[in-house]
Every structure is written in C-alpha cells, then in structure tokens.
Design a protein around this ligand. Structure first.
Ligand SMILES: [Zn+2]
Length: 126
C-alpha cells in the first residue's frame, strides 16, 4: 500500500510555491505530501465541492494530516487593499469552515491551518 503523511491544500499563486515547499521541508515533510493548488485554497474548496480532491488523497495514500495554507494578497480574495491582519482574519473564516468539514467527515485527520506572508514568514493558526 502506498502511503504518505499529509495532503497540502493551498493557492496556485506562483509567489508562494517556493516558501511553502521550504516550510514543508523544514517540517520534515519533503517528498511526503500530496499537493493541491487551487486559487484561494479554502475558498475554492468550499465553493466548488472539491472535497473529493482531499478524499482522493485519503483513499489513495491514507494521509494523516491536512495542511491548509493561505497567503497575503491572494487574488482569489481580492483583499489586497486591506491591512494584512484584516486579510488574514477574513480568510481564516473560510479556513476554519474547510477544516470543520474535513474533521466532521474524517475525525482521524489532523488539520493544520497556516498563513504565509509575502516576506516568506509563515504563521500557524489554531
Ligand atoms: Zn492566492
């Protein structure tokens, strides 16, 4: 059986790909996660019935954790004019909702939420 540790749900934005890969590497997850990049991450997940994408990862690779990663100045949210703290707050609502859906359907999953600033700083949210 082919298994991996985690599934990462994040945005497609080119600016965040390298910092995210580096952050996951620092966590020791390099080469050990499925990767789903959709514009707006949770927003897209919630709007489009994309649960099956993560459930495919569960089914095929028995993942134990999901990382939902959002970022500053996300075009899918169009909040770039707002202070970054406000951007985070508004995106966090969707992230929590996505996490709740995942946990309800798959109680064994650990769901982590994180937010990437464009200076490369990542904060984990709870
Ligand atoms: Zn984005």
């Amino acid at each position: 059986m082919v298994q991996c540790q985690a599934c990462v749900l994040t945005c497609m934005d080119f600016r965040i790909q390298y910092p995210i890969a580096r952050w996951l590497q620092e966590k020791g997850l390099q080469g050990n996660y499925d990767y789903i990049a959709l514009p707006g991450a949770s927003r897209n997940f919630l709007q489009g019935g994309k649960l099956f994408l993560i459930e495919t990862s569960i089914k095929l690779h028995q993942i134990k954790e999901v990382y939902i990663i959002h970022h500053e100045d996300c075009g899918a949210y169009g909040l770039g004019e707002l202070p970054v703290a406000e951007q985070l707050k508004l995106q966090y609502q969707d992230m929590q909702e996505a996490a709740q859906i995942l946990k309800e359907r798959h109680p064994h999953l650990e769901v982590h939420l994180a937010f990437l600033y464009l200076d490369g700083n990542m904060v984990e949210l709870f």
